[in-house]
Design a protein around this ligand. Structure first.
Ligand SMILES: *Cc1c(COP(=O)(O)O)cnc(C)c1O
Length: 457
């Protein structure tokens, strides 16, 4: 039969929709969406018949089957849970910090029905959204006030807009950094409408450089933590407390983008010291900005903590409304901060539990995995990630798997294609799994997935 004859034999939309298979689709997906899928399936068939080759017109059942596949594809969630076996603890591409059980429960409770987001129960009237988490932040950090917004990029933008629009902000050339994902300190400064005054050089900036740059038009000294890189060698930068002293003498404010928002000392876990929020405030920063989902280990959020007056100005700025945090974020943050207040963060907050995981415990898990999968335990390193502690690693034990054909990339791709997807690393031509970032609850699923990919199911 010619292509023209095959095209004429193509069933109509109505005929396909009367087929049992299509009726089942209408019941499951509703008529409008099923109709769109059937039309698309018929268009695809038409294109095949017009194309090169000897295609045959599909039956009603075949068109309905093609429509079913399209519906599956259209509705498949693209934001899927995944197992992070990379050993990168704060993996930005994999959603940064996993939440604690209490934080997850708080999100579920706050989102299932109505909640007291902006409702004062005693007064029976409108309350303040900023109340949630703020009290805990004040208690934990020693700040006078705090404000939670969408993320740290928004927190820095709001802080600069509210405190320095139209005025000068002095920053060291060594701190004009790009954090990743398009966050560049000089661009955010320009966006906020303040005038950037660069001082010092890339590697060395002295207190005197700041001192001579301050004019009657200066609003702020901005210190930005160079989260994701290290300056080594012939370098100099004044201490935060020296900058705070200078700011106080000259009647300007020192603000600090501290980045990862550590509330605990990373040095206690065999890592380099990451500046904490408390240190920054006690050194004299008027406002500190940090992320909720890096070393704090909570939901995506940006937090401003500091003196009452500048924080109030940030709260009143119109941008505050545009970048405010939602109820689920506030619920998760409040629960996460609760772990710190109860002094249980190293056990309860997943990021800190992973940082603190003892090597012998990781080695024991790696040994069990290797035995189950026919792999080999090798020494390796986990990283903190998320632009925290550049270059810092934690000793770990990895399970190295050799692919049947020796192709580690193909093995990694098959693991990614699983349900749930497993994300691993390639090291020296082997696929390696790091137990540090895999929770005990995920372990059986991970092993089943690996067994099936290795053909050991
Ligand atoms: C990560 C980071 C940011 C951006 O924070 P987000 O929460 O990702 O918006 C800004 N500044 C510093 C120093 C950072 O480390």
């Amino acid at each position: 039969m010619t292509a023209a004859e095959e095209l004429r034999r193509l069933p109509s939309v109505e005929r396909v929709l009367q087929h049992d298979r299509a009726l089942a689709l209408v019941a499951a997906y509703g008529r409008p969406l099923t109709l769109a899928a059937v039309r698309q399936a018929l268009d695809d068939a038409r294109a095949r018949l017009r194309g090169p080759g000897q295609a045959q017109a599909p039956s009603e059942a075949a068109v309905a089957a093609a429509a079913a596949a399209l519906l599956d594809e259209w509705l498949a969630p693209t934001l899927r849970p995944a197992i992070n076996a990379t050993g990168v603890i704060i993996h930005t591409n994999l959603g940064r910090a996993p939440l604690s059980a209490a934080a997850r429960a708080a999100v579920a409770a706050a989102s299932a029905g109505y909640c007291t987001l902006e409702y004062d129960l005693e007064e029976g009237a409108r309350g303040a959204r900023s109340l949630h988490a703020e009290r805990l932040l004040v208690q934990l950090t020693g700040a006078e006030a705090a404000l939670v917004v969408n993320n740290n990029a928004a927190a820095v933008l709001l802080m600069l807009s509210a405190l320095a629009a139209g005025r000068e902000v002095v920053i060291s050339r060594g701190q004009l950094v790009e954090i990743g994902g398009g966050f560049r300190v000089p661009d955010v400064m320009r966006q906020s409408g303040c005038r950037l005054v660069e001082v010092g050089t890339t590697n060395r900036t002295h207190l005197h450089d700041y001192e001579v740059a301050i004019t009657g038009d200066t609003a702020l000294l901005l210190a930005a933590h160079a989260s994701n890189f290290k300056l080594v060698g012939f370098t100099a930068e004044p201490e935060l407390s020296e900058l705070a002293g200078l700011a106080a003498r000259r009647g300007v404010l020192l603000v600090h983008d501290v980045g990862s928002g550590a509330l605990l000392d990373t040095a206690a876990y065999g890592l380099a010291h990451e500046p904490t929020v408390q240190e920054s405030l006690s050194a004299g920063a008027a406002v500190v900005a940090f992320s909720g989902d890096k070393l704090l280990g909570g939901p995506q959020a940006g937090i401003l903590a500091g003196r009452r007056e500048p924080i109030e100005r940030c709260k009143r700025h119109p941008l505050a409304r545009a970048v405010r945090a939602d109820k689920m974020t506030l619920a998760a943050l409040q629960a996460t901060l609760g772990h710190y207040l109860k002094d249980e963060a190293p056990r309860a907050v997943p990021v800190w539990r992973m940082l603190a995981a003892p090597l012998d415990e990781i080695a024991a898990r790696a040994g069990r995995w290797a035995a189950a999968l026919g792999g080999e335990v090798v020494a390796g390193e986990s990283t903190v990630g998320g632009g925290s502690l550049p270059g810092a690693t934690l000793p770990t034990r990895l399970v190295a798997l050799r692919a049947p054909g020796g192709d580690a990339d193909a093995l990694a791709a098959r693991l990614r294609a699983g349900e749930p997807p497993v994300i691993a690393r390639i090291l020296d031509d082997a696929l390696v799994l790091d137990p540090r970032t895999v929770s005990v609850e995920e372990e059986e699923i991970l092993l089943a997935s690996c067994r099936s990919v290795l053909g050991k199911a």
